[in-house]
Design a protein around this ligand. Structure first.
Ligand SMILES: [Zn+2]
Length: 302
């Protein structure tokens, strides 16, 4: 059974569809933690535009997104990803340097693909998953696949991105089978991919312009649920350190639900990019369990 988690634009009345310890030598005082370093290939799906125009986004825009992922997942001081209430997940991302045949990539981590259409109507059970992904995916045991597209159509117009959950993680809240190897990865609208603080990318949406759509979708891809658990106060995200919440938040205003203040700063809420800056310890623990156990996740890092 396929199941996806998605992020949607703020629209009134819109329905949310879907919803190790290493042994340290005690004499060493500065032992470095193990860092999960994940190679990324970004399939930049366009319609014949020149590089840097419309959905055929520039190398700089792709690089800006990878920087944001690392700032957020590593909670790097002095960046938008730093919050003293958050944790360093010890997960990093880097642009792949070679293709599956071992050839050096002209543009690290980028595979440009003319999809032959202006818009992609929606990510859910459409040609993105039935055609685009199988036609373009690189071995998901070796690469974390990201597709950038121009979303459109009735649902697609409000869609920021979506992700495929990991299979066989053993985690509460996830199914054994979360989807095919041919569709594994995340899809992000090109207007929400990258950071407007790191370059001049004029098509970026003004609200979702700091790269947090990808941070959110990567969170799903490594096993995280939305912090409101996609339900009311009786439904959880299986993380004790994210307060119970009854619905997504779309703004940066504080909000109390289910008797506690919602963690609107969490990357797994629906708040604006500028509000987001927290992964919690329990979320980190889920992600590490996925990277240690799930097929197509546990072979990726080095
Ligand atoms: Zn989501």
């Amino acid at each position: 059974m396929k199941k996806y988690e998605i992020r949607l634009l703020t629209v009134l009345g819109i329905l949310v569809l879907l919803a190790g310890c290493s042994e340290d030598d005690e004499t060493q005082t500065n032992a470095e933690p193990f860092i999960y370093r994940i190679p990324v290939i970004v399939h930049v799906v366009h319609n014949g535009e020149e590089v840097g125009n419309g959905p055929n986004i520039s190398q700089a825009q792709v690089q800006s997104q990878i920087e944001v992922l690392n700032e957020d997942f590593r909670r790097i001081s002095g960046t938008n990803g730093f919050n003293s209430d958050g944790v360093d997940t010890e997960i990093e991302f880097y642009l792949a340097t070679t293709d599956p045949n071992g050839n050096v990539l002209a543009e690290p981590g980028i595979d440009r693909y003319d999809g032959g259409r202006i818009i992609w109507p929606t990510g859910l059970s459409t040609s993105v998953d039935s055609q685009l992904k199988p036609a373009t995916i690189w071995d998901p045991n070796r690469y974390f696949n990201i597709w950038t597209v121009n979303f459109g159509g009735f649902v697609g117009r409000n869609l920021l991105g979506y992700a495929q959950f990991p299979s066989n993680s053993g985690l509460m809240g996830l199914n054994e089978d979360e989807g095919s190897a041919q569709t594994d990865g995340i899809v992000v609208g090109y207007k929400y991919f990258g950071s407007g603080e790191k370059g001049n990318f004029p098509d970026l949406n003004e609200t979702y312009n700091l790269g947090r759509t990808a941070t959110h979708e990567v969170g799903h891809w490594i096993g995280l649920r939305h912090i409101w658990g996609d339900g009311d106060c009786t439904v959880d995200d299986f993380c004790d350190d994210t307060p119970i919440s009854d619905e997504p938040n779309y703004s940066c205003e504080t909000h109390v639900s289910c008797g506690t203040q919602d963690m609107i700063e969490n990357y797994m809420d629906y708040t604006e990019d500028q509000c987001m800056s927290i992964f919690t310890q329990d979320q980190k623990d889920r992600m590490i369990q996925v990277l240690e156990n799930s097929p197509r996740r546990n072979t990726l890092y080095n």
